[in-house]
Design a protein around this ligand. Structure first.
Ligand code: UDP
Ligand code: MG
Length: 328
């Protein structure tokens, strides 16, 4: 406490003495015989100290034209400090705060909404962790990726006709599950699809694995898995617990072309995500979440890239040319 008082005392004394000096300045001024000097002696003959005080008194209290330094010594009046609160720092703080607040609001508006907490998350299907259920020697999987509406389904149908693949669309399986009576995931799937988000991988991987099992039991071992994996966790987990893929067929396309295709498809598809709002969210998810999957497999030299912006026949011709040797 004592040390605080020690520190505070000199500072407060200084403040008090300055205040007294400033407040009493007008009375000091009034005692100076300024008019006489001004009338009788030329300005050049006045001492700098007197000139300084004289100037101050004629310029008024708001003037800043002080000649400090000429009046010195103990008891000499100090130039009055402008004790009025200056407004500009407060204006600056207010403007900075307002700009920062507006930026935060803008940022929030732009960000995709976080998904609502899912109370089913505790009851998501449990995935095994004892290695892949199928061997890549027996079961061949080709992942088919590309932005929304790029034409994955159409090209898969062509490949099924010519090469007898089983075509499994992750999106179709999810939509089927959403409306299956007795499912506990209907609401969860609908929310994710509408928001253009990726359904928790446990649900999708179990649906794919079950569908694959059915086909394998029927003697079919070649799969085109369309629209999957769309997120890194799905890619890693599927290869870990189901089967490692052969390669990924990736359809590259600009958003303008995909927008036109989805708009056209939306007229008849009845899909809850074929609308402008969901479409934008799906593009965003594709760029931020699914492209890293393509890049990951590309790093393993397991991506076949085809220009998806051409006509259906031209794209299919490219697909066949690119993958023919891989399908033997
Ligand atoms: N979806 C998902 N996980 C997947 C595949 C699809 O959550 O592995 C969801 C996602 O919300 C996606 C929607 O299903 O936006 C539609 O997928 P689909 O493949 O049918 O879309 P497409 O690419 O054919 O336009
Ligand atoms: Mg599709």
């Amino acid at each position: 406490m004592k040390s605080i008082m020690k520190a505070v005392r000199p500072a407060s004394l200084q403040f008090v003495s300055r205040t007294i000096a400033t407040r009493s300045l007008p009375s000091i001024r009034s005692q100076l015989p300024l008019p006489r000097y001004n009338c009788l002696r030329p300005a050049s003959s006045l001492s700098p100290a007197v000139l300084s005080v004289a100037r101050r008194s004629t310029l008024g209290s708001n003037s800043r034209h002080y000649t400090t330094g000429h009046i010195s010594g103990p008891g000499a009046p100090r130039p009055p400090k402008d004790n009025k609160l200056k407004a500009w720092p407060f204006i600056l703080i207010f403007v900075t705060g307002a700009v920062a607040f507006a930026a935060v609001l803008e940022n929030r508006k732009d960000k995709p909404k976080p998904m609502p907490p899912t109370d089913t998350s505790k009851s998501l299907p449990k995935l095994r962790d004892d290695g892949p259920v199928f061997s890549p020697d027996d079961v061949k999987v080709i992942f088919v990726l590309g932005g929304p509406g790029v034409g994955k389904g159409t090209q898969c149908a062509n490949l099924v006709k010519d090469y007898h693949f089983v075509h499994l669309s992750a999106g179709d399986l999810l939509r089927e599950e959403r409306t299956r009576s007795g499912t506990e995931y209907g609401e969860l799937i609908e929310t994710y699809i509408k928001e253009g988000k990726i359904v928790p991988m446990e649900v999708t991987i179990v649906l794919l694995e079950n569908a694959m099992k059915k086909s394998i039991e029927a003697g079919k071992h070649k799969f085109l898995i369309d629209g999957f994996p769309r997120q890194m966790d799905q890619a890693l987990k599927f290869e870990e617990v189901v089967v490692p893929s052969q390669f990924t067929l990736f359809f590259d396309c600009d958003e303008e072309t995909m927008t036109k295709r989805i708009t056209e498809r939306g007229k008849t598809s009845g899909r809850s995500d074929d609308n402008p709002e969901s479409m934008l969210k799906r593009f965003r998810t594709f760029n931020e979440t699914s492209m890293p999957v393509v890049n990951y497999f590309d790093g393993q030299k397991k991506v076949v890239k085809v220009d998806g912006a051409k006509s259906v026949d031209a794209v299919y011709a490219d697909v066949k040319a690119h993958i023919a040797d891989r399908l033997k």
